[in-house]
Design a protein around this ligand. Structure first.
Ligand code: GCU
Length: 346
């Protein structure tokens, strides 16, 4: 694990969440400090929870984020990444970031859907035309600015920005899934969210909500027959070893978000906050660039490990999933967001 601890006061010997309680929320910085006296503020190391491995592009980009922040703030603000779900699962990250037990985390869109229904917009099939379109939207202040700030009062969580998860597809233990009929009755792991549950139901399979870190064992033991994710996680989590049929259902381009404790961000001086934002932009660009090659490497690696990648009947999948738009886009704000996203693609 990379360390940004050269100025940290806090021991990293224990990575248990309990040991972190009371140490987060920006550590020793003066909560009232938003002015220019940053050089008088004691260094703070922010804890960032990640459920991916060190080989994942998110880890690489976030590592660069931390280095950039340390350099740009002359060590006043640092980031320590806890990868591999060492701080639990994403549902816990949301709670812990809001509570200030940790400062930062990467969470998938469905986790935020559980806090505000407007976030479902990122998980309805066909909302993004391509990863390029998604990246343009996730960084477009006009489209997502209010949404990213909408959890600050209610949950003390600021959404800093979003990474692509690439297109998600279904993979299974026994045989591929060229059509939704091939999934009939199969238990497919989903993220813990209503839209993902409905998605798998719409395909005629049986959704099983489960934390990411439990999927490998779930597949291995037969508790589930399959799961759905992008090629990169399929490979880095080694799911290909126990579910070797990857069917290109491409049912959704997924989004991950960097969330921060709002109070922690408020403790930064204006200049340090600007550095934080600039470093995030750089990390975001690096992540987007890395994504394509990481996907290619993941496919090659999984194939070398015995996985088969199969094309599917795209129309059959699109038809089965089409009703989700009306089912999940019910409020004016959801519809307005959907329209703004679609308009931005033109
Ligand atoms: C992807 C995504 C993660 C998410 C995971 C999941 O890997 O990047 O943020 O947790 O899917 O399916 O749970």
């Amino acid at each position: 694990m990379r360390t940004t601890t050269r100025l940290a006061f806090i021991s990293t010997a224990s990575v248990a969440m309990l040991a972190l309680a009371g140490c987060g929320g920006g550590g020793s910085a003066d909560p009232g400090s938003t002015g220019d006296a940053a050089e008088n503020v004691a260094p703070t190391t922010m804890k960032l929870a990640l459920n991916q491995t060190e080989e994942h592009p998110s880890f690489t980009a976030l590592e660069g984020f931390g280095e950039c922040l340390t350099d740009g703030t002359e060590g006043r603000w640092n980031i320590e990444i806890y990868p591999n779900s060492t701080l639990g699962d994403q549902a816990e990250y949301v709670q812990s970031v809001g509570d200030g037990v940790i400062d930062l985390a990467i969470v998938s869109a469905p986790q935020l859907e559980n806090l505000s229904k407007d976030f479902v917009i990122f998980s309805v099939p066909t909302v993004f035309e391509s990863i390029d379109h998604q990246m343009q939207v996730l960084a477009d202040e006009e489209v997502v600015g209010d949404l990213y700030a909408s959890l600050e009062e209610s949950n003390n969580i600021t959404v800093v920005g979003g990474f692509t998860q690439g297109a998600r597809s279904v993979y299974t233990k026994d045989g591929s899934a060229e059509t939704p009929e091939d999934l009939a009755g199969k238990k497919i792991r989903v993220q813990e969210s209503p839209v993902f549950i409905s998605m798998i139901n719409a395909l005629g399979a049986s959704p099983t909500p489960m934390a990411f870190a439990e999927v490998y064992t779930g597949l291995q033991s037969g508790v589930i027959d399959g799961a759905e994710n992008n090629e990169v996680s399929y490979f880095t989590q080694k799911h290909f070893e126990v579910a070797p049929y990857f069917s290109y259902t491409n049912h959704l381009i997924g989004s991950d978000f960097l969330i921060s404790n709002t109070d922690t961000l408020g403790e930064m001086s204006d200049a340090d906050r600007e550095t934080f934002e600039g470093c995030w932009d750089e990390a975001w660009e690096q992540h987007t660039e890395l994504w394509t090659s990481a996907t290619e490497d993941a496919i090659a690696g999984a194939e070398a490990g015995g996985a088969t990648f199969v094309e599917v009947d795209e129309e059959a999948y699109a038809d089965a999933l089409a009703p989700l738009l009306d089912e999940f886009l019910t409020t004016d704000s959801q519809k307005a967001l959907y329209d703004a996203i679609k308009d931005s693609a033109e």
